[in-house]
Design a protein around this ligand. Sequence first.
Ligand SMILES: *Cc1c(COP(=O)(O)O)cnc(C)c1O
Length: 426
Amino acid sequence: MTRLRTEIPGPRSRELTARRGSAVASGVGSALPVFVERAEDGLLVDVDGNRLIDLASGIAVTSVGNPAPRVARAVREQVDRFSHTCFMVTPYEGYLEVCERLGELTPGDHEKRSVLLNSGAEAVENAVKIARRATGRAAVVVFDHAYHGRTNLTMALTAKEVPYKHGFGPFAPEVHRVPGSYPLHDGLTGEQAARRAIAAIERVDDLACVLIEPIQGEGGFIVPAPGFLPALARWCRERGVLLVADEIQTGFCRTGAWFACDHEGVVPDLVTTAKGIAGGLPLAAVTGRAEVMDAVHAGGLGGTYGGNPIACAAALGAIDTMRELDLGAAARRIGATALPRLRALDSPLVAEVRGRGAMLAVEFADRTPEVAGRVAAACHAAGVVVLTCGTYGNVIRLLPPLVIPDVLLAEGLAVLEDAITAARGS
Ligand SMILES: *Cc1c(COP(=O)(O)O)cnc(C)c1O
């Protein structure tokens, strides 16, 4: 508790929250209404001088630390040289280097090409554009519990109605939703779940691509049963349907490998990345087979800011940090520490503790946001930033920075454990 100087949120944060109401659109939410002044080593320091343990990393973004020294240095150097030219006007080396790294790091050793963009949703939109152009087909298959963004096409691809889609239609056509693999709820093996999914996919005509998060993020940190993804990949390959892996939340060491597909040797045709790629700077990418990517006509892809030089410099600093500090191993250590601890709680409120690497979740048996919301609120009050997720809002998710000091992780987990234990009594 010594990290906290006031109640959470403190008086200065409450003041800013009141001001926010007359300037910031109310449709923009905040999980925890604490205004941040700076960050250090796994902590967020708020405007009241409270130090909060960060188990969210700004939704899996600041995996390399916040601020991360190499990212900060790269950004400072780049902003002093030039801040923007637009790659479509005059190119620069940073963009090229990020694409080269993406080619090396993403699954598969085939020849690849990349396009850089600003946000995850934009990457997903472009992946669909590319898949349609390359195949000459229109339909896209997505899954129950999927999350792919908030733009018009990606809202159509996203499953959850409230708050992401409610009242925002009409949505883009040619999107078909099929069941995935949610072992806790469906009790199916990977093979069985894949057979069920494939039976539904086979009813879709004119299919360009199957779009899947290898571990579903906003939908509940759902790790598919082993064998599900490889079976799906096999079917796609045999049918000439493109497999698009949305690795926006799972990518860049988060799950203990460079990409979540790596755990089962799945090689997608296209991969979308964003979030953890650039240590907090806005950057996203689509990386894919050269022949698929290059099926798009010149001028068909791009955007004013896509692959901004400062964001590219940040990405190179972030990727160097991941390599140098072996953050894949760090993520595996976080999982190996947290999973047994949380499982040992053995609370009747908890339906499942799951996850991979540093992408961890506690799903509550109550299929409403009630218990998860109460646990999250107790963590927040004790100065630990956790997020909820899940189609039913009944999941607490942990996305600690991969460089989090062991003592802070232990302290954060202890607060979560206490919150879960206390929730039982209320
Ligand atoms: C966050 C997320 C997106 C959307 O990314 P934005 O940068 O918020 O547009 C898409 N797909 C997945 C899996 C995500 O987690």
